[in-house]
Design a binder for this molecule. Sequence first.
Ligand SMILES: [Zn+2]
Length: 115
Amino acid sequence: MSYVDRMCFRMMAWCLVPLAASIPVAYAMDAVLKLPAAIGGPANQSDVPFFVGIIGAGISLILFAIQGFRLWRWRLGKTVDCIVCGCLLGDEREGRWGPYRKCLGCGKNHSARVG
Ligand SMILES: [Zn+2]
């Protein structure tokens, strides 16, 4: 796995979290909404579980678009790159020796004070 592959994986993997979280929530919500029908009550007519899944998928798509935009800017050379591997740097964090940014490819820390 190259540094660029690792960078793309680190950027895109967490974009699936809203979709992965919405599916069990939608199933659980559907099961709860079916309970009245199971004990002889009215049948479930609600589309809420479907929309919960759609909202999760929509949030995932938006996150993918944001990360894709970041990758596009990186390809154009308009971002701050790692001096070791050339990959994108993550968000600025506060560390023991001042602010730094972690490389999304090789994982090395780079001081945010210098270039
Ligand atoms: Zn790097």
